[in-house]
Structures are given as structure tokens and as C-alpha cells.
Design a protein around this ligand. Structure first.
Ligand code: PGA
Length: 256
């Protein structure tokens, strides 16, 4: 099986001004030695802080965006195109986070087009999938992630990198999580879907993260699972101390 580098990714959502982003970066810079070179790290600030983040984040911490529009340019007031993100040095772009799907009505098909736009611009899409509570209760988890994964990969370029994040909606910001074994089972299923729609080799190399109420105390229980290649973290990524603590835990260190 191809080696998959662990990835810890913070999603700040609608949090932090430019000044607050600078303060985070300054604190993080004092801890860079704790970020083990065996893993990849990224943080997704709001659009307004991306260009500063690219300058002030330690080079080991890549910059991600939280959304993108699928079109290259045009009359889409308030939207941001992939080339605009690429120009700022953005590496990753979240696609189809459940908050985008829920509050901004992003469809599976739109997510597929956004994946293609991000790859065409030379960045790595992070496709978010996951069932909500009603779907979980109805036993539809596998069907939901399968539908979202297939649509998200429908227009993906052959051979271009993509990251998938499995985030059960009911676990986001709630303090509730699936058991590591349950998250592993869903992620193994997602990998099987990738294998079916792409290839065995591609599925073996694609990184699939777990997200939803990840914190320093529980990250390792998820990333120790064979199919879980890292974490996408909201709340616990806002403080530099907990971001670093998660990085240390994920790469095998002791959490203080
Ligand atoms: P949380 O959010 O870590 O605050 O639960 C995760 C996410 O929405 O990516």
C-alpha cells in the first residue's frame, strides 16, 4: 500500500480577523519544532486572512481556503475563483463542508464542479462528506457518503491529488463523536467507493481524514485507525496550543 502522510488540518470557519491570525501565527512560530516532519499541517482561515497567513504561518503549515466558486471568473458577486486563491499561495481548498451544504445549499453536483476547478488551478480539494443525525438514525450513513463521494469525484482529474474528510454532521461542534471503530468502518467504505470509481492505486494513496469534535485528547484514537490519515478540526484548531497538542499527539508524542 502506498504510504500516506498524516494530515492535520484546521478549519477556522468564520473566526479570526487579520490581527488575530497574526497573533496565532506568532504563537505557532514559537512551537514549530513540535510539528514533526513526518506529517503535513494546514490551517484554513477566512478569505480575508489568507494572504497574511501565507506570509506569517511557519512554512511547515500550509494555507487552505474554506470554499471556492466553480467558475473561473464572471458575474458572481461575493464569490472567489480558484485562480484568486492559487495566486495567494493557497494549497488546499475545502469543498462541500456540511455548513456549506446545509446553510448555503451546495449540491453534490456543485461540489463535483468545485473539485474540478480546484484541481485545474493546481490546488488540492478537500472534499467533505458525512451523514446528518436523521440519516444516521435511518441507517443511511453508507449510502450518503457513497453518494457524496461519487458526485465529488465525478469530475476529478485523473491522477490529481484530492483529500476526503469524513465529518458526521452530528459530531461537528457537539462534543459527540463516533467511536474510532465506527469512523474507521465508514472511512474504509469511502475508500472502497474511491477504489470502485477511480482505481485500486488511487484509493490506496488518497488521504481520508476524520472530522467532528476532534481535540488533543481524542485525535490519536482516530488517527491510529488504519484507514484514517489525519483530522479536520474546527473548534480545537483556533488556539495555537491545542493545534500543536493535536499535531504532537497525531505524530506519536505525549500530550501534556
Ligand atoms: P469541530 O468542527 O472540530 O469544531 O467539531 C469540525 C469541522 O466542522 O470541520
Amino acid at each position: 500500500m502506498a504510504l500516506r502522510r498524516p494530515l492535520l488540518m484546521g478549519n477556522w470557519k468564520m473566526n479570526k480577523t487579520v490581527a488575530e491570525t497574526r497573533a496565532f501565527a506568532e504563537a505557532l512560530a514559537r512551537e514549530t519544532s513540535a510539528l514533526d516532519a513526518s506529517a503535513d499541517y494546514a490551517v484554513c482561515p477566512p478569505f480575508t486572512a489568507l494572504s497574511l497567513a501565507k506570509v506569517v504561518f511557519p512554512t511547515r503549515v500550509a494555507v487552505g481556503a474554506q470554499n471556492v466558486h466553480e467558475a473561473a471568473s464572471g458575474a458572481f458577486t461575493g464569490e472567489i475563483a480558484a485562480a484568486m486563491l492559487k495566486e495567494l499561495g493557497v494549497t488546499y481548498v475545502l469543498i462541500g463542508h456540511s455548513e456549506r451544504r446545509q446553510y448555503f445549499h451546495e449540491t453534490d453536483a456543485a461540489c463535483g464542479r468545485k473539485v474540478a476547478a480546484v484541481q485545474a488551478a493546481g490546488m488540492i480539494p478537500v472534499l467533505c462528506v458525512g451523514e446528518n443525525e436523521a440519516e444516521r438514525d435511518a441507517g443511511e450513513t453508507e449510502a450518503v457518503v457513497e453518494r457524496q463521494t461519487e458526485a465529488g469525484l465525478a469530475e476529478a482529474a485523473e491522477g490529481s491529488a484530492i483529500v476526503i474528510a469524513y465529518e458526521p454532521v452530528w459530531a461537528i461542534g457537539t462534543g459527540k463523536t463516533p467511536t474510532p471503530a465506527d469512523a474507521e468502518a465508514v472511512i474504509a467504505h469511502i475508500r472502497a467507493v474511491v477504489e470502485r470509481v477511480k482505481s485500486v492505486d488511487f484509493a490506496a494513496s488518497v488521504r481520508i481524514l476524520y472530522g467532528g469534535s476532534v481535540k488533543p485528547e481524542n485525535i490519536r484514537s482516530f488517527t491510529d485507525q488504519p484507514n484514517i490519515d489525519g483530522a479536520l478540526v474546527g473548534g480545537a484548531s483556533l488556539q495555537p496550543e491545542s493545534f500543536v497538542a493535536m499535531a504532537v499527539a497525531m505524530t506519536g508524542g505525549e500530550v501534556e
